[in-house]
Ligand binder design. Structure first.
Ligand code: ATP
Ligand code: MG
Length: 215
């Protein structure tokens, strides 16, 4: 049995065409069925639907052989025990610093002010501000980061931005790039050795599909 860990939403939707290229077709959509284990047209390939932040954990412990996880998630997880052979170039977005419209971020940084930063991405944020020599107090949140500056919880947030629509709707502006984000294929290292004959063709097909999209 080959088990592939995916999160529902954009990662599932953007992985379906890659699976199709490898001849793997899910039996149903996770939203429709609410099932957490989804079969495929291959009797020995199944998908498991887990929280985006949990995908590396399932693969690390071998409960899944393969998984698709955002670089943001991998940076926070640390990536122990994972082989990351491929940038799938899907679910692209940017990790950015954002503040409430009118907040003088540049000025605060220049003055050496101690900034309060709310984020789900504490590891990435810590590294980013340390690299700039900016002192920050990090406040860990698990969602709706956009709210924090509006109610005085934080001066700034570090969050994922794609269109900027959510920032704009909440009177926030992006002031700095932290890094580009896309989703990666992750592989359990032991499974790669034990099931190489079945995993390598999937990895190779994904790689060829991603490369073909580029040109
Ligand atoms: P939830 O939104 O249910 O709390 P989540 O935020 O962990 O869960 P998603 O929003 O589905 O999960 O995000 C999954 C992955 O998709 C993220 O880890 C990130 O890599 C990527 N992603 C998140 N937001 C965006 C976005 N706006 N545009 C493109 N990719 C994104
Ligand atoms: Mg989300």
């Amino acid at each position: 049995m080959i088990t592939i860990a995916l999160s529902k939403g954009r990662i599932f939707e953007e992985t379906v065409p890659l699976l199709a290229a490898a001849g793997i077709v899910p039996a149903e959509a996770p939203e429709a069925s609410r099932k957490l284990i989804i079969g495929t047209n291959h009797p020995d390939v199944r998908l498991i639907i887990v929280r985006a932040t949990d995908v590396p954990t399932y693969v690390q412990y071998g409960a899944a052989d393969l998984g698709v996880a955002g670089k943001d998630v991998l940076l926070e997880h640390g990536g122990a025990g994972l082989y990351v052979p491929l940038d799938l170039e899907i679910a692209r977005c940017k990790l950015m610093v954002a503040v409430q419209n009118g907040f003088d971020y540049e000025g605060a940084v220049k003055q050496g002010a101690r900034l309060r930063v709310a984020t789900k991405y504490t590891e990435c944020a810590r590294e980013h501000f340390a690299g700039k020599g900016v002192h920050v107090d990090l406040i860990k949140l698990y969602g709706s980061m956009e709210l924090a500056p509006l109610v005085g919880l934080a001066d700034a947030i570090v969050d994922l931005v794609s269109t900027g629509g959510t920032l704009k709707a909440n009177n926030l502006v992006a002031v700095e790039d932290v890094r580009d984000i896309s989703s990666r294929l992750i592989v359990n290292q032991a499974a790669l050795k034990l099931k190489q004959d079945r995993l390598q063709p999937i990895i190779d097909t994904f790689a060829a599909t991603v490369a073909a999209r580029r040109d």
